[in-house]
Write a protein that binds this ligand. Sequence first.
Ligand code: GDP
Ligand code: MN
Length: 360
Amino acid sequence: MILLEYEAKQLLREHGLATPVGRLLRAGDTLDDDLPVVVKAQVPVGGRGKAGGVKVARTASELVAARDALLGQKLLGHVAASLLVEELLEPARELYVAVALDRAEQAMVLLAHHSGGVDIGHAARRSGGAFKVALRGEPSRQVAGDTGAYLGLPPEQTGELHRVMAGLWQISAREDAVLVEINPLMVLPDGRMICADAKIELDDAAVFRHSGRNFETQPASAQFVVLSQQGTVASLANGAGLAMATNDAIQAAGAEPANFYDVGGGTDAAEMTRGFDRIRELPGVRAIVVNIFGGITRCDEVAEAILAARAANIATPPVFIRLEGTNAAEGSRMLKAAGIELWPSLGQCVEQAVAQVRHV
Ligand code: GDP
Ligand code: MN
């Protein structure tokens, strides 16, 4: 679950980090802000700067124009129900700093890049060029010093950087965040560091531990976990073990799994529709593998749910289905009648899905 920027910045402040002075603007609010300001559409995706969702207003008429261009408007597939209006800062430098879950490292990692800004988020998370160190606890002064040296900061700024890094670590640990990304972290001419943009992703599976929080975005389900925004093959299976095995098969066949999704009993069409909706939000997905092994779960009911879910969606990437177990014959008949092809084994099903990804 990705927080809106203003919610993320609330968490940053609660953990002692500095954010620009600003306020949330909703429809009907009056505009009486001290100028100049930055006006930012509150949508739960990055890349707003490039898409025109971040505007600088130096005059009252520019502020009105920015509000009208952004508030209630669709940006990157989401409607901006609110805007963040913040003081315009004039930084000496813009850096990238993040604490993120790294499955390959089996640890939280600290990431840093010397040129923060609109393009760097994706690059910093992937490229070997960025600074990266696995964390087993709150980052030490030593790690802060190394990071500062990499970033080209003078030694007297190590303390400030250390405070920022410790704050990011605390948010990941105490709020169950799998990503706390500051981009840009602005360094002002006087050396202060301000978190000018923040992306925080909370672990959906830990939502029950934070029931007091009332975020705008809600987790679709604790049974759905995003594994990779770049993943090309999505999956849906009944049972956590089968869902993991399905992803292993996708990985072994040479594609990157996008998500983990255990539909549980798997016969609730509404739940399945939500799953397909979440899959459609993942930008890299080119094929969906549905792997059902019916025991208590009845395949005909699963088929009914798949058909209902598909009927509710305008377009999903091609779906590759393997259906086995209780009432499989009836389920297969229903899907085939609807023109949906089935694959007799998981191996073939995954192979076809991966082949589909290679074609497009
Ligand atoms: P994103 O594109 O969705 O990541 O949105 P950001 O909040 O990062 O804004 C995009 C870019 O606008 C940032 O990388 C900054 O370079 C710039 N920006 C945002 N706020 C300010 C500000 O207060 N002062 C200045 N000079 N630039 C800003
Ligand atoms: Mn940003």
